[in-house]
Design a binder for this molecule. Structure first.
Ligand SMILES: C[S@@+](CC[C@H](N)C(=O)[O-])C[C@H]1O[C@@H](n2cnc3c(N)ncnc32)[C@H](O)[C@@H]1O
Length: 269
């Protein structure tokens, strides 16, 4: 996205919330959720220390910080300049900060990044589905990865959005949503309501395969709707117990249908 053009709705929204983004995700539920996310990433981290990795839709750099601390050279990419600045601040305060770099870009145009270069790309918090063209974004990402490079990305699960349309009581809107998979981020300011592409588990597999990835794994995240039961996550012992149950369910094909998000591990073919 050219910085001279007027801001897109997704950029506007994230620019506005960037400075208070971390505070809004700072509770026991997100701690539980993040530790599940990281547990599913760890087996796919490149074995080479200092390997070049990408954090796409990096937001405030939560995952980039972990990658930097694990020894990698991290490139952070986000469409929101304010998010990139938050990430720069966060990683700048860490040991190894010189291994971090920052690019403000739309995932549908990653031409500022070298091709065939990165061992791993994370795209967490569903940035690919927020682009204008997820297939194009995936092609761009694939080009930046080396042969055998891995993408770990999350997507909104189409099935989990059905309840919202029922609450609206409008069957036509539900039909349209099920047909297109497109919904909108609900925020007060109309100028900030960006489009989100959602997928069923099968659709997300097909999408990735159609641009040259092979699927290594797909989990539902989370199958247990703990965001509605946050009080149950009040001690570390309870969080561990619920996580054990979550992990027993998250790969089950039927159970994945319940999850709000899909987390995919895909390798360049
Ligand atoms: C929900 S946040 C997730 C941030 C971070 N990955 C995390 O998990 O904490 C989604 C991020 O994706 C970025 N994003 C959305 N659409 C994008 C696009 N087309 N290109 C690049 N970044 C995008 C947003 O600006 C935002 O920072």
């Amino acid at each position: 996205m050219s910085r001279r053009r007027s801001k897109s709705s997704v950029q506007r929204y994230h620019d506005r919330v960037a400075s208070r983004y971390d505070a809004s995700y700072d509770d026991a539920y997100w701690q539980w959720h993040d530790s599940l996310t990281w547990d599913h990433i760890k087996p796919h981290l490149p074995p080479e220390s200092h390997a070049c990795v990408l954090d796409l839709g990096c937001g405030t750099g939560k995952w980039a910080a972990r990658l930097l601390q694990a020894g990698y050279a991290v490139t952070c990419v986000d469409i929101s300049g304010a998010m990139v600045e938050q990430a720069r601040k966060k990683l700048g305060a860490l040991a190894g900060a010189e291994r971090a770099s920052f690019v403000q870009a739309d995932l549908v145009d990653l031409s500022e990044l070298p091709t065939d270069h990165f061992r791993l790309a994370l795209a967490l918090g569903d940035p690919i589905g927020c682009t204008s063209a997820p297939g194009r974004a995936l092609k761009e990402i694939r080009k930046r990865l080396v042969d055998g490079g891995v993408l770990i990305a999350t997507f909104d699960n189409r099935l989990s959005a059905v309840d919202y349309y029922l609450q609206q009581g409008d069957p036509r809107a539900l039909e349209a949503f099920l047909r297109t998979g497109k919904t909108r981020w609900l925020t007060k300011d109309k100028e900030e309501r960006f489009e989100i592409h959602t997928y069923t588990p099968l659709q997300v597999r097909k999408l990735l395969e159609s641009v040259g990835f092979e699927i290594v794994g797909l989990i539902g995240k989370t199958v247990l709707p703990m965001r509605h039961h946050r009080a149950l996550l009040d001690t570390s012992q309870r969080r561990r117990h619920w996580a054990k149950i979550e992990k027993s369910l998250c790969r089950d094909q039927a159970a994945i249908g319940r999850a709000s998000h899909l987390q995919v591990v895909a390798r360049v073919r």
